[in-house]
Design a protein around this ligand. Structure first.
Ligand SMILES: [Mn+2]
Length: 302
């Protein structure tokens, strides 16, 4: 902390960084992970509040145990840098996404081997990071693993192609998509997915009874993977704090099991976690999402 030496040892609260890490553990230059908060919300269609998602995740993360019993390790030791929240222009979704793209490109340029975790905000914020990676990897194909209740494959929604409901349509020509946990989509989206070799959907009602599908997911993934977690992939009993809670969602352990397999088998380049709309007084979902992020950091570096 930037204080006189005589004040350093007072009983200050934990810093408002991911996990409450101090300056040393969250130093950008040495951290292997970078957290980028993007509290952007503009095209939300039903329940709002995703602009408060990043702050709620950071707050909850300060209470997570540093020791991960499953991994028998302390993943924070690899360093986790928390950037200030990015404030995107209010001049419309297209301008905001262009601004995010420029910021994301520059952040990855500043730390080319870092594991960047973007915190939304609404789901539209996934497309600039995905397109940034697709371009960066040039000829190498990348797969987006999308955990979500919705395919988000609409060509546009409410007049904009930059809507949360159109985010995967925006990127589908540049990446393969494997969508898991889907249970609400239009007839047009279902048809588009069915007719495309680049899109594979694992519907929630096909995967809730066993785990056999997980290896199929891993087989579909190319070497480079970008993971986009829309928290509405989870059952609303676990995460009611989201704009469009759909019944029949995934639960904690199957999601962890899938993610561990994916991190073990592929090169996960970056992650985003979107659509948490925190409900005041209901902190369990915020904590669960924060812990999910810590789990992914652990899987990446263990
Ligand atoms: Mn969704």
């Amino acid at each position: 902390m930037n204080l006189p030496d005589s004040l350093q040892d007072l009983s200050w609260e934990l810093p408002h960084t991911f996990m409450g890490l101090d300056e040393d553990a969250s130093d950008f230059a040495r951290a292997k992970t970078v957290i980028l908060p993007v509290p952007y919300e503009s095209t939300t269609s039903y329940g709002g509040g995703t602009s408060r998602g990043p702050a709620a995740i950071l707050e909850a993360s300060r209470y997570i145990e540093l020791y991960d019993q499953e991994l028998d390790g302390e993943p924070w030791e690899t360093g986790i840098s928390t950037l200030p929240a990015l404030q995107l222009t209010g001049a419309g979704p297209e301008a905001a996404m262009a601004e995010l793209r420029e910021a994301y490109d520059r952040i990855v340029d500043a730390g080319p081997n870092k594991f960047v975790i973007t915190l939304g905000g609404e789901h539209s914020i996934s497309s600039p990071p995905i397109l940034s990676w697709a371009k960066r990897l040039k000829g190498e194909r990348m797969t987006v693993l999308q955990l979500d209740a919705h395919t988000d494959l609409r060509p546009e929604y409410e007049g904009t192609a930059y809507s949360h409901a159109a985010v995967m349509h925006q990127v589908r020509e540049h990446v393969d998509i494997v969508a898991v946990g889907i249970r609400a989509l239009t007839r047009g989206e279902a048809k588009l997915a069915k007719g495309s070799d680049e899109i594979r959907v694992f519907y929630a009602d096909d995967i809730h009874e066993s785990d056999g599908w997980m290896d199929e997911v891993v087989e579909r993934l190319t070497g480079n993977v970008y993971i986009s977690v829309d928290v509405d992939c989870f059952d609303p009993s676990l995460v009611p704090s989201t704009g469009t809670p759909e019944p029949g969602g995934m639960t904690w352990y199957p999601v962890l099991k899938l993610l561990r397999k994916v991190f073990d088998a592929t090169n996960v380049r970056a992650v985003d976690v979107v659509e948490l709309a925190p409900v005041p007084g209901l902190h369990a979902p915020d904590f669960m999402v924060a812990k999910l992020i810590y789990k992914m950091i652990g899987y990446k570096f263990s």
